[in-house]
Write a protein that binds this ligand. Structure first.
Ligand SMILES: [Zn+2]
Length: 430
């Protein structure tokens, strides 16, 4: 341990020097090149030179930077900073991506602490937050742009020549606690800020996650337990149309929907999912098996009481019959029951209505035979991994922009696509 650290301490300044000399070389290579104005294409004039510094993983870097100005439009430009992708006083592109990576898995304060322990870099919570805003904005714009691109039917998707026979799509949602204030409070003049209003309850916004996977790639990891080799996640703050536009764009990017591909849509009873499902011509709608049973449980509890073995057996029988594709038999049996209390009658009628409405989505024997699966467990666990594990910790409150940006970054990591961030620019947030 000591030997390893000794070498790190010894070589860190040398790495900084090596990097600094590369930066200086780039600066020298630009010297004497006069840029042209981006607005009027006239050559610009050198206005002044100042020393600019910023933080990299190996330490403090600096460069002497020429500022040019267009004599006609007064536009300014600092070509060296544009070339290096550096903003004065900020964090280098490479370090920024490492800090963002930490913040994607853990709260900002803890990420700042980890930056010190793992990277030997001192940065404030706010410093980490800012980096996430700048890279997250870029990632969010990229995925929104993808949705828009594929929303146009003339846009080209990936080749569908190897499109799978079936792809499973499912969606889940939950609520995020939002900040009540739309804007950060700013002090005007010497006036102290007024006290904050108490946090109001009920300020929530829905966040939705969708999962795409290929049934052929499901493997049985242990008896009865299935896991998938690949899955793609999309997530957004927003309405049903937004998440379906994202899912559609991702399917086109993957080349997963060919003319013969069946899109298998697994949902709970929520109407918005089935309404959007119609966008896929060849589709198979499946009511999540566990939701179907949950409804049976509420009748069973009224019928036999909590924790009763009879209730267990009653639901178990329904589960077996449904799995065997006998939904009509189950409905007929429920209709023959003579409920003794009004409460039970209402609950039973509810169950019959639910099964009757979704009977066409309950051919579980067939779905199992085709390998489609019958449950939305994959999306529920994905949603927890995307959202709950980072966004729903105690006392967390989000701004819409903050949640949207962090969500875009977290998806890159969970989709194993983090390297994409290297190709996206850091965006200045005013
Ligand atoms: Zn000009």
């Amino acid at each position: 341990m000591l030997l390893e650290r000794e070498v790190e301490v010894q070589y860190r300044p040398l790495m900084r020097e090596a990097l600094q000399s590369k930066v200086t070389a780039v600066a020298d290579s630009l010297r004497g090149q006069t840029p042209t104005c981006s607005r009027c294409s006239q050559p610009m004039k050198r206005h002044d030179t100042e020393t600019v510094s910023w933080e990299a993983r190996v330490g403090h870097l600096h460069a002497s930077v020429d500022r040019y100005r267009c004599p006609r439009c007064k536009d300014e430009s600092r070509p060296l900073l544009d070339l290096l992708g550096v903003e004065p006083g900020r964090i280098s592109g490479s370090l920024a991506r490492l800090l963002a990576l930490l913040a994607v898995v853990t709260p900002y304060a803890l990420a700042a602490q980890l930056a010190w322990l793992l990277l030997g870099v001192k940065v404030s919570d706010m410093g980490v937050w800012k980096v996430v805003q700048r890279l997250g904005e870029s990632a969010a714009r990229y995925s929104e742009g993808l949705s828009q691109y594929h929303a146009d039917s003339r846009s080209e998707g990936a080749s569908t020549r190897e499109a799978p026979p079936a792809v499973v799509l499912s969606v889940d949602g939950s609520m995020l606690g939002m900040q009540v204030r739309k804007q950060r409070r700013r002090r005007t003049g010497a006036e102290p800020l007024p006290p904050l209003p108490a946090v109001q309850e009920g300020q929530f916004q829905e966040v939705k996650t969708g999962v795409l996977l290929l049934p052929a790639e499901r493997v049985e990891t242990s008896p009865g337990r299935h896991s998938v080799v690949r899955r793609f996640l999309v997530s957004c703050l927003g309405d049903a149309d937004t998440i379906f536009a994202r899912l559609y764009a991702q399917l086109r990017e993957l080349g997963w929907v060919g003319s013969d591909t069946v899109v298998v849509i697994v949902g709970d009873g929520a109407e918005w999912i089935w309404n959007r499902a119609t966008m896929f011509v060849r589709r198979c709608e499946i009511l999540d098996f566990w939701h179907a049973l949950e409804h049976a449980w509420s009748v069973a509890r009224l019928l036999y009481g909590e924790q009763s073995q009879l209730a267990d057996r009653w639901v178990h029988q329904i589960a077996e019959d449904l799995r065997a594709g006998k939904v009509q038999e189950v409905i007929a049996r429920l209709q023959r029951m003579r409920p003794k209390t009004p409460e039970l009658r209402a609950e039973l009628q509810g169950l019959i209505a639910y099964y009757s409405e979704h009977a066409g989505r309950m051919h579980y024997d067939e779905y199992l035979r085709l390998g489609y699966g019958i449950g939305s467990g994959a999306v529920e666990s994905a949603h927890k991994q995307v959202v709950h594990a980072r966004f729903r910790q105690a006392g967390m409150r989000w701004s819409e922009a903050g949640a949207r940006r962090l969500l875009a970054l977290r998806l890159l990591l969970l989709n194993d696509d983090w390297a994409l961030l290297d190709r996206l620019p850091m965006i200045s947030i005013a």
